[in-house]
Design a protein around this ligand. Structure first.
Ligand code: AHR
Length: 659
């Protein structure tokens, strides 16, 4: 009998030992904490993939200012997106004119001569893949119109009145809603507005503008906005997309690029001053991604959005050089603003700071106030340069800009750049240069395969804490064919735990481009895909969201007994008092964890557990329908020691509330 007992005991202990040996031990030492960046996880918005026009910017008309041109796409011109229509006996002519612009920044307009009104002569526009409208909702229409005297090339003589009917129509011509406006004397540009209430939900309507009498009329800046924009802002943002971004709880937003900022040759550098003020006076241009940016979503709207979602603005300006890889300059490489023009360029940089933060009686602060924001925007960080090749031309110009900001605005933290890759010549030279200049933060970028992110868990462990801090401005795990898989998202989650661990040196991190319009994508992977009516977050989106929702400002020492395809981190959030443990299992089988919480008293019995996982590492969230992987929340019993089985390919967040 005793022999049997002994054998049994032996077997049980052996089993326990074996299973403990296969168990990964996670130890959290709450007393061993260090302060980390409270703003670690933010977002990177680039006007790429139709992220602005046709995307976040809620304008529904495409090419409303008649400024598309062949440098953007060879088949494009001012009438791209427009169709000339003559209904029921209507007759006339349409042409593009640049002799009487609203503003030199917006040189082209459409001229329509109506010789017989019939049932209407005018224009139609189908927006971006059709105009999505919803039953019962109201839409704000506006157009700049000017009546001209037929044959009067100087456009000097006043003429009578010209009624215009504006309507939304389905593809088969059903009127979904309409309104009337009237162009009249004096013979100058006048903004006409109307509200259209829609009676049917249609994903692909078109806007039709019909002149109802004979005459000659100039039209420009034709616009249609849903009244329901994000936060009800005028000239605002698409509500569903903006909400999806707000739901990430980003701590900062980098904008407007990316390569877009330094542009396709120096003539194409993104100039923030061209993007503020009345929309019809802004200066749109071709963007580096080969489509037109109206800059209707301009610096004011970017800053306002940051404020609306509680994200710190992190604008990026070119370092006086253009993109070394842009197609127009390929072969000649990076172009530099002539040194004689640099003082004016530097003044633009300084003016941005005054515009964002200056008092309302300053030149640029007054412009911000006039746009509706008398209070300062509270700009603290300013990016200079993006992935620039570390040439003498770059270095000279960066230093000029950097010195001027340091001297005039020591309160602004400059974020420099160290090339496009996590290593290599530009990376090394960039770090050396940043060290010489004592640049406070530098921007590192990496798009690598998922395994790279697992292999580089310790990348920042031994970074010299006395050197520049790090902003991981762009990164993404690029799985095969750039698919946004669970595997990639889990690798990113694991990597983010390592950034939390090194949150004393890594100040900020933002994932790859935020938005991509389906069918108009120039870059992958991206975080959120969308079309006219739907928003399709990737699994990576949910990883970012879980970090955004579960940020901390103190890192608690977290050790794991086995880090093969497993990562963990713990933080405390001093605002809520909560302790948050993040556990990432990149293995294809579940992992038994034994978790020890030291120094956390009095420990509640329960916590919240949020798990992001899917059927296998290859799953990709479908565009529409039931997501293949989405965070799911439940309660978990905890104690000073407790066991947890982390599912295969999973990211788990355990949040312990102390208050
Ligand atoms: O994110 C897309 C592009 O990738 C960015 O414009 C550039 O900074 C990076 O190379």
């Amino acid at each position: 009998m005793n022999r049997i007992k002994i054998v049994l005991l032996y077997t049980v202990s052996l089993l326990a030992l074996t299973s403990r040996a296969e168990t990964t031990i996670v130890t959290v030492e709450a007393k061993a904490g260090k302060p980390i960046s409270p703003d670690l996880v933010g977002i990177f918005f680039e006007d790429l993939n139709y992220a602005a026009d046709g995307g976040l910017y809620a304008e529904l008309v495409q090419n409303g200012s008649f400024e598309y041109n062949a440098t953007e796409q060879t088949t494009w011109g001012p009438l791209t997106g427009w169709e000339f229509i003559k209904r029921g006996g209507g007759a006339g002519e349409l042409w593009v004119d640049s002799s009487c612009p609203i503003c030199p920044n917006n040189p082209h307009c459409a001229l329509i001569q109506i010789t017989s009104a019939g049932e209407g002569v005018g224009l139609s526009n189908s927006g971006f893949d059709g105009i999505p409208v919803k039953a019962g909702e109201k839409y704000n229409f506006s157009v700049f119109a000017r009546l001209l005297n037929v044959g009067d090339r100087n456009h000097s003589k006043p003429v009578g009145k010209l009624p215009l009917n504006v309507r939304l129509e389905s593809k088969d011509g059903v009127v979904l809603g309409e309104a009337n406006v009237e162009a009249s004397d004096p013979a100058d540009w006048k903004k006409l507005t109307a509200t259209i209430t829609v009676n049917q939900t249609v994903p692909d309507a078109r806007l039709v503008l019909l002149a109802k009498a004979t005459g000659l009329i100039a039209l420009d800046e034709i616009s249609l906005f849903p009244q329901k924009t994000f936060n009800g802002r005028k000239n605002g943002l698409r509500a569903d997309l903006a909400q999806a971004i707000a739901d990430l709880h980003p701590k900062f937003m980098r904008f407007p690029g990316g390569c877009l900022t330094h542009g396709d040759g120096i003539g194409n550098i993104y100039r923030w001053k061209d993007t503020i003020g009345p929309v019809e006076q802004r200066k749109g241009q071709a963007n580096i991604w080969r489509y037109h940016q109206s800059v209707g979503l301009g610096y004011f709207e970017y800053f306002q959005f940051c404020e609306d979602i509680g994200a710190k603005p992190l604008p990026v300006l070119a370092a006086g050089v253009s993109c070394q890889n842009s197609t127009r300059t390929r072969g000649t490489g990076q172009q530099c603003i002539p040194l004689s023009d640099m003082p004016a360029y530097i003044q633009d940089v300084l003016d941005l700071i005054e515009w964002a933060n200056g008092p309302t009686n300053s030149t640029w602060g007054a412009k911000r106030a006039a746009a509706g924001h008398p209070l300062p925007f509270g700009l603290k960080y300013l990016g200079i340069g993006n992935e620039d090749k570390q040439t003498d031309g770059f270095r000279e110009r960066f230093k000029m800009i950097y010195d001027a900001i340091k001297e005039r605005h020591p309160e602004i933290t400059v974020v420099g750049t160290v090339g496009p890759a996590p290593n290599g010549e530009d990376f090394d030279l960039g770090w050396k240069f940043a060290g010489e200049l004592h640049v406070p933060i530098v921007d590192e970028h990496y798009y690598e395969n998922p395994q790279w992110f697992w292999n580089n868990q310790n990348r920042y462990d031994n970074y010299d804490r006395a050197k520049s801090k790090v902003y991981v401005g762009e990164y993404a795990a690029r799985d095969a064919k750039s698919r946004s898989t669970l595997r990639a998202a889990i690798a990113e989650a694991a990597y983010l735990t390592s950034l939390e661990k090194n949150g004393d040196v890594v100040q900020f991190a933002s994932y790859a481009p935020l938005l991509a319009r389906k069918g108009h994508t120039q870059w992958t992977p991206d975080m959120i895909y969308f079309n006219g009516t739907g928003v399709f977050p990737t699994i990576s989106y949910y990883v970012q969201q879980l970090f955004g929702l579960n940020s901390g400002d103190t890192y608690l020492s977290t050790t794991v007994s086995d880090s093969k395809e497993f990562a963990a981190s713990s933080v405390r959030n001093s605002t809520t008092g909560d302790v948050i443990i993040k556990l990432v299992n990149g293995d294809n089988i579940s992992k038994a964890l034994h978790i020890e919480l030291n120094g956390l008293t009095p420990l509640p019995k329960n916590a919240t557990k949020t798990i992001l996982t899917g059927a296998n590492a290859d799953v990709v969230n479908p565009e529409g329908g039931v997501p293949a992987a989405k965070p799911e929340e439940s309660a978990i019993e905890i104690g000073k020691v407790f066991d947890y089985e982390a599912p295969a390919n999973s990211f788990t967040v355990i949040r312990i509330k102390f208050k």
